[in-house]
Design a protein around this ligand. Structure first.
Ligand code: FMN
Length: 180
């Protein structure tokens, strides 16, 4: 049995503080490969990955999203950064059709675990959806290179962790039933 894989899954945390150290292109490519090796319903692979390392674009998405959240009355503490200053943001989108969001979820977790295996950390960011409350969908999709007929699902930030790996949050104990 490969206990290392189990340990890696259980040690993965959503990390919310990063060093400014960039992530090597080769590591990013390995992480993307693990994303595209995720399963997808009927092998449709109907997902799209936009890998952003351009700091101006990362800041633009941060600003648009926070403004969109503000419009909806979602308050964040001063200085809150949507991406916790991580140097890599992968914006995931999928075809508007059955199961595609689930497929994206599989890819996101694969990439998150791959990052961990490579000595990096990550966090899924669902809040990027709020950017559409501030900017036009067509403009945003063009900026983010999201293909026609696809919509943004969630993002993944990746980088080198600042500080310790967070303690795991308590897991609910009322969510499994067995029929034996
Ligand atoms: C679909 C999804 C969306 C999430 N969106 C955010 C987010 O926008 N911002 C954030 O800080 N964390 C986000 N998270 C991370 C969760 O807060 C985190 O997974 C949860 O608290 C459990 O912690 P753990 O991942 O360290 O076990 C998201 C996680 C998932 C699966």
């Amino acid at each position: 049995m490969n206990q290392a894989m189990i340990d890696l899954i259980c040690d993965r945390r959503s990390v919310k503080s990063y060093l400014s150290k960039p992530v090597a292109e080769e590591l990013i490519q390995q992480i993307i490969k693990c994303g595209i090796y995720a399963p997808s319903a009927r092998n449709k692979q109907n997902w799209h990955f936009t890998v952003i390392t351009n700091p101006e674009t990362i800041e633009l998405i941060n600003t648009l999203t926070l403004t969109g959240m503000e419009k909806l009355g979602i308050q964040k503490e001063p200085g809150y950064h949507l991406f916790y200053h991580a140097p890599v943001v992968i914006v995931m989108s999928s075809a508007i059709e059955g199961f595609s969001e689930l497929n994206c979820g599989c890819a996101l977790e694969n990439m998150s675990l791959a990052a961990k295996a490579l000595g990096l950390d990550s966090c899924i960011i669902g809040q990027t959806r709020y950017m559409y409350h501030q900017a036009d969908v067509n403009d945003l999709n063009r900026l983010l290179k999201i293909p026609e007929g696809y919509q943004h699902d969630a993002s993944l930030i990746i980088g080198y962790r600042q500080g310790e790996n967070p303690e795991p949050k308590a897991r609910r104990d009322d969510i499994v039933d067995y029929i034996r």
